[in-house]
Write a protein that binds this ligand. Structure first.
Ligand SMILES: NC(=O)C1=CN([C@@H]2O[C@H](COP(=O)(O)OP(=O)(O)OC[C@H]3O[C@@H](n4cnc5c(N)ncnc54)[C@H](OP(=O)(O)O)[C@@H]3O)[C@@H](O)[C@H]2O)C=CC1
Ligand SMILES: O=C(O)CCC(=O)C(=O)O
Length: 419
């Protein structure tokens, strides 16, 4: 029995069971690997601008502490609940283990639609959330970062709130901060950049000419917009993009640099062009070389997976593909190459790790070095996944997760029963 529930948590469990079966993990050892170590639920009251008081529920789940502090983003979205956050924390563990980072996984969030808050309300809520979390986080316990609905500014408020409590500046308490507040060069771009780097690698290995290739991107936030921009700079025609306000399509390729500026200025893709407007449902099943889901979980179900008309799925989002869709994609793996989320979007946490290391040492790197080291770690993890998939004759997600789960399991077994 567990306190966690919901479709996203169920999905994390289903995925884990596939890996546990593959690795022949005994039934009585599975809960120890899967069930999170700690879950914190807090209520965050704030004064609204109209003088009323509102209370928002916040969460933080720390999956395991076996390899070091826990690490993971903080999501502000209406969908957030304990089950979703727990699933995301579990996925962070496999991701950090796959890439060889000295972390367990964590994730947090507040059940709130941030677009309904003024900037003052957002600051009050961010500060209150961190204040409630102070007893449970720390640079060597649990280090937060951005995720959906949060950004560098929110991280700066988190860092400032924690630091005021400590009576000194503790930049290493969160990553994804602005460079002016102890952040690293290259973190804002890191996730999308990593998605594009791995996509280019697969295109090169599959003999797909980048200058003739097309891509469709769902989600135009931090991950989706940077992935689209990087692919555009590599010569790929990005023919469709979407956010929650709608989608845009242009067969000869969208002007991505202009769209990035539009989205930054207007807060969404809305209002860019009515002539290019397109059905958002169609973005995932467009005929293209690369599909980048970079928004929500569970958008590729079995029905969508059957209809996919791309050659590469580069999972920028966490958990965009359901286990039922994985069965379809396993059957279609000769046609469609999957770059699974825990590898594809891991550039974000890899550069967060660099930020934490730089903050601890107070020694800062050039952006070139950040990017070079990011790609080196991604390439190594990619090589390991491909070798494992070929050795065990399994789907890419199974191979990537098996490496992650195995590393956590190995560390737990070596340390003994209790960590
Ligand atoms: N930020 C990071 O470093 C990392 C993020 N991720 C994952 O990447 C995904 C995106 O995160 P991030 O880019 O940071 O989040 P953002 O909040 O910056 O952007 C999310 C984007 O998704 C869009 N969106 C939301 N719902 C829908 C929908 N139903 N259809 C189409 N678009 C939608 C949003 O639109 P709108 O703005 O209009 O609401 C926005 O463009 C998440 O799964 C996150 O967990 C993974 C690794 C690291
Ligand atoms: O940068 C980090 O620490 C975590 C990023 C994140 O939340 C993720 O990879 O899903």
């Amino acid at each position: 029995m567990t306190t966690y529930s919901g479709p996203v948590f169920d999905m994390a469990v289903q995925q884990f069971e596939v890996i546990a079966d593959h690795l022949s993990v005994p039934q009585d050892a599975r809960a120890r690997l899967l069930i999170p170590k700690r879950a914190i639920t807090v209520s965050c009251p704030i004064h609204r601008d109209d003088g009323t008081t509102a209370v928002f529920e916040g969460y933080r789940v720390q999956h395991h502490l076996t390899l070091g502090p826990t690490k993971g983003g903080t999501r502000f979205a209406a969908s957030v609940d304990l089950g979703e956050v727990a699933a995301l924390a579990i996925w962070m563990s496999w991701k950090c283990a796959l890439t060889g980072l000295p972390y367990g996984g964590a994730k947090g969030g507040i059940s709130v639609d941030p677009s309904n808050l003024s900037r003052r309300e957002l600051e009050a809520l961010s500060r209150r959330y961190m204040q409630e979390m102070i007893p449970f986080v720390g640079p060597h316990t649990d280090v937060m970062a951005p995720d959906m609905g949060t950004n560098e500014q929110v991280m700066a408020w988190f860092m400032d709130t924690y630091s005021m409590y400590q009576g000194r500046t503790v930049t290493e308490i969160v990553t994804g901060k602005p460079v002016s507040a102890g952040g690293t060069l290259g973190r804002r771009e890191a996730t999308g950049r990593g998605v594009a780097h791995l996509t280019r690698r697969v295109m090169n290995e599959q003999g797909i000419n980048l200058n003739h290739a097309t891509a469709a991107v769902q989600g135009f936030g931090n991950v989706g917009s940077i992935a689209a921009l990087e692919l555009h700079h590599m010569g790929v025609k990005v023919i469709a993009v979407s956010d929650h306000t709608g989608a845009l399509y242009c067969a000869s390729g969208l002007n991505i640099p202009e769209l990035v500026v539009h989205a930054a200025t207007h807060g969404s893709l809305s209002g860019y062009s009515s002539e290019l407007a397109f059905d958002p449902q169609e973005v995932l099943t467009l005929s293209c070389d690369v599909l980048v889901p970079a928004a929500m979980e569970r958008v590729i179900d079995a029905a969508v997976a059957t209809k996919l008309r791309c050659r590469i799925v580069a999972e920028g989002a966490n958990g965009p593909t359901t286990p039922e869709a994985d069965l379809v994609l396993t059957q279609r793996q000769n046609e469609i190459f999957l770059i699974p989320d825990i590898l594809c979007n891991s550039g974000g946490v890899v550069v967060s790790y660099f930020e934490w290391v730089q903050d601890l040492q107070q020694l800062f790197w050039e952006e070139e070095e950040v990017v070079r080291r990011e790609y080196q770690i991604l390439d190594r993890a990619f090589d390991r996944m491909v070798a494992r998939a070929s050795r065990d004759k399994v789907f890419n997600r199974t191979a990537a997760m098996a490496i992650g789960v195995e590393r956590v399991r190995g560390a737990k077994n070596t340390r003994g029963l209790f960590p």
